[in-house]
Design a protein around this ligand. Structure first.
Ligand SMILES: [Zn+2]
Length: 309
């Protein structure tokens, strides 16, 4: 089983320019490139005349000015947030102050937020974020020119939403499925069991195009989702094989599976392995021993059955 995922990583981007990426959908890429954001956060403008802004991106003056310029003469009815990570939601209030629109998001989750790694931790999550209109799975956000069905897709973040453009077989996937890389799942912010269940929900659908929070259009959604699931199963098998070989702590598993990494990526890899171990633990397939914290215990095989997801 191969873990290689084929991504289109072309780096052809014009920051601040609204580009039509699907009928009735324009994209502006924010100039916040980085190890977790690829070239930057994608902001989508849906509709014409009355506009939904999906993920206003970071609170960046040039990016907000670009949104304002692209929507001149139009009205922003809604500002939708896929999840309350700062690269997606920090621009919401400044944009609302400038151009109006109700802020729509899943709202507080009631679960622990944040993750203990640079770039993934508390600094990355806006714990104070509150929408004007909290929505949940099955809701629809409508204005004159568009209707967006809301799907709650936890996994990358507990409040993660995807938005399906009604009648267009087009899905805004945020960071649940991205166009350039696999998604970071870092507990407690990330939950591998939820993530895989959310991927399996996407497999049941017949979307034609995914428009992700980072990276380009995904033209083969089913194939990419299947590859995401295959990649996680392959990683899980590798982790079980490590434990069977007596490689039973997270730092040793990371060293064996990922080789040499810089410090930041090593921490992200450790959290990703932890996410898998928690998912295995939830199914009784491994258990932790001697742990003072979740990242430092020994893991041994449990009595659970063979992995099914
Ligand atoms: Zn993001």
């Amino acid at each position: 089983m191969s873990a290689e995922l084929a991504f289109n990583r072309s780096v052809d981007v014009d920051y601040g320019v609204a580009e039509e990426v699907a009928p009735g959908v324009r994209r502006i890429v924010a100039n916040n490139p980085g190890p977790y954001t690829f070239l930057g956060t994608n902001t989508y403008l849906v509709g014409s005349g009355e506009i939904a802004v999906i993920d206003p991106g970071p609170a960046d003056a040039d990016h907000l000015a670009a949104i304002a310029a692209a929507t001149r003469g139009e009205r922003i009815s809604h500002i939708l947030i896929t999840h309350s990570h700062r690269d997606h939601c920090d621009g919401a209030l400044p944009l609302q102050r400038r151009l109006g629109g109700d802020i729509v998001a899943f709202g507080p989750t009631g679960t622990a937020r944040g993750a203990g790694a640079p770039g993934l931790g508390d600094t990355f999550v806006d714990k104070a974020f509150r929408p004007d209109l909290p929505v949940g799975d099955g809701d629809t956000v409508k204005a004159r020119g568009f209707a967006l069905d809301v799907l709650h897709m936890p996994g990358h973040a507990p409040d993660h939403l995807c938005f399906a453009l009604v009648g267009k077989r087009t899905m805004f996937t945020g960071d649940h499925v991205m166009g350039w890389n696999t998604t970071v799942i870092a507990p407690p912010e990330g939950d591998m069991g939820d993530f895989i269940a959310s991927l399996e929900r996407l497999m049941q659908r017949h979307d034609k195009v995914f428009l992700p929070g980072h990276g380009g259009r995904i033209e083969t959604p089913q194939r990419v989702v299947r590859a995401y699931i295959t990649h996680r199963k392959w990683r899980e098998q590798n982790i079980l094989a490590c434990i069977d070989d007596g490689v039973s702590t997270i730092p040793r598993i990371v060293a064996k599976l990922y080789g040499a990494l810089d410090a930041n990526l090593k921490e992200a890899a450790a959290l990703s392995v932890l996410a898998h171990l928690e998912h295995l633990n939830a199914r009784g397939m491994v258990s932790a021993e001697g742990a003072t914290d979740k990242l430092s215990g020994f893991y041994v095989r449990g009595s659970g059955a063979a992995p099914s997801s």
